[in-house]
Ligand binder design. Structure first.
Ligand SMILES: Cc1cc2nc3c(=O)[nH]c(=O)nc-3n(C[C@H](O)[C@H](O)[C@H](O)COP(=O)(O)OP(=O)(O)OC[C@H]3O[C@@H](n4cnc5c(N)ncnc54)[C@H](O)[C@@H]3O)c2cc1C
Length: 375
């Protein structure tokens, strides 16, 4: 049981288990933990951590995070700022502003119910609004960067709340300034999305195109959303209570972007052409394809961890797994894929509480870089 102390007006809980706050369900405790329900509380908690010299980890829905078995020796700030507003503007667009702590999928459902398009394919992605710009979430032909107008955030370097236009967020495939060049600098408070009323549906992605093949009338937003949810459920990429494959952090590896000669090397090693898609800086190869052809089948099991029985990219906690168990399988896969194809996969979830040595070995991104504030 954590005990409570009080700094200013914010209750700080001590030695709070982080595993239950992540979808993967592994890892040790937070030395200190604060749940902040308002912008003021978020800013106060950040100030408290900076004054005390505690490392700061911002946590949302915990669906893209691997916490070490040692836990986190600093302050974990759960940015639970709520509130959603819909503002119609001329030209059939609606600005949707949601607090960082708003649950993402119910927001998608509400937008679809209102006939607002642009995020219907992003249904079923777990986590909170504040997490969506961090890795520029995307699925089935849409990315949040397509519809983000601005991000309101606390800038730890300048010590003030700022509004960042989408163009300043450095969005690219599964990255943004928030998890690259300005990592740790901003704490997202709310996000404004601009959605179109009754747009043409986005059904170009192969799985979706197949779902609506032969349809004379274009599907509605609700039908597209339902189809995405069915496809996601078939891959255990929808968090459904009781589904043994759902205790994961989603895709554990990013699709690697390589140059054309490396892609040809993959074709040669596989003895067949690897599917590839254009990407900034080269071509993107499907990590799941590489993993399967390196000999790791769906359902592969190593003790308490394994690969999802429905999706090769998801590492699953089969019950009672530790972070070390997860790392063990992740490294086996990285080594296996590299040995076979000469491509090193990199993890997609952010890593929390690991040593620099581990971070380097896995090519992982830390959720907690140090930031020099104005204090
Ligand atoms: C079953 C499953 C399916 C998934 N499918 C997809 C998918 O299709 N596409 C996709 O892109 N992702 C997918 N994900 C990954 C994940 O759901 C998203 O990245 C999600 O947006 C993470 O949000 P979160 O609130 O859970 O963030 P967390 O896991 O809590 O945090 C992730 C990172 O964001 C930072 N962060 C969180 N909130 C804030 C904030 N307010 N301010 C600053 N930094 C913050 C954290 O410090 C951390 O570095 C999936 C995950 C699971 C478990």
């Amino acid at each position: 049981m954590g005990c409570y102390t009080r700094f200013g007006v914010i209750p700080v809980q001590e030695n709070t288990g982080l595993a239950p706050m992540t979808t993967l369900g592994v890892g040790g405790p937070a030395r200190r933990f604060v749940e902040a329900w308002s912008e003021d509380a978020v800013v106060e908690a950040i100030g408290m951590a900076e004054d005390a010299g505690w490392p700061l980890l911002v946590l949302g829905g915990g669906s893209n995070m691997l916490v070490s078995d040692e836990g986190f020796d600093g302050l974990v700030l759960r940015a639970a700022v709520g509130g959603v507003t819909f503002t119609e503007s001329v030209g059939g667009q609606t600005r949707v502003t949601a607090g960082a702590g708003v649950d993402w999928d119910p927001l998608v459902a509400e937008c679809v119910r209102r006939g607002l398009g642009g995020i219907e394919c992003l249904t079923g992605i777990p986590g909170w609004v504040g997490g969506t710009p961090i890795q520029n979430v995307g699925a089935y032909g849409q990315e949040v960067s397509d519809v983000i107008d601005s991000v309101r955030a606390y800038d730890r370097q300048r010590g003030e709340v700022v509004e960042l236009a989408a163009g300043d967020c450095g969005f690219a495939y599964r990255t943004s300034a928030f998890n690259t060049t300005a990592r740790g600098r901003y704490v997202v408070l709310s996000v404004t999305y601009v959605l179109e009323a009754n747009p043409s549906p986005t059904i170009g992605y192969p799985d979706l195109a197949r779902a609506f093949k032969g349809r004379a009338v274009p599907p509605s937003l609700a039908e597209v959303r339902d189809a995405v949810r069915r496809i996601r459920a078939s891959k255990a990429m929808l968090l459904v209570g009781g589904d043994a494959d759902a205790r994961s952090a989603g895709s554990f590896f990013k699709n690697p972007v390589v140059d054309e000669s490396a892609a040809r090397g993959v074709d040669a090693a596989a003895g067949t052409a690897c599917p590839r898609y254009p990407a900034d800086g080269g071509v993107k190869l499907p990590a799941a394809w590489l993993i399967e052809r390196a000999g790791f089948r769906k359902g592969t099991r190593r003790g308490a961890v394994g690969l999802s029985s429905k999706h090769t990219l998801a590492l699953v906690n089969r019950g009672g797994a530790t972070a070390s168990d997860v790392l063990g399988l992740a490294e086996e896969i990285q080594d296996g894929v590299e040995a076979r194809f000469g491509v090193r996969l990199r993890p997609e979830p952010t890593f929390v509480g690991f040593t620099d040595d581990v971070m380097e070995r896995f090519g992982a991104v830390s959720a907690v870089p140090s930031v020099q504030g104005p204090r």
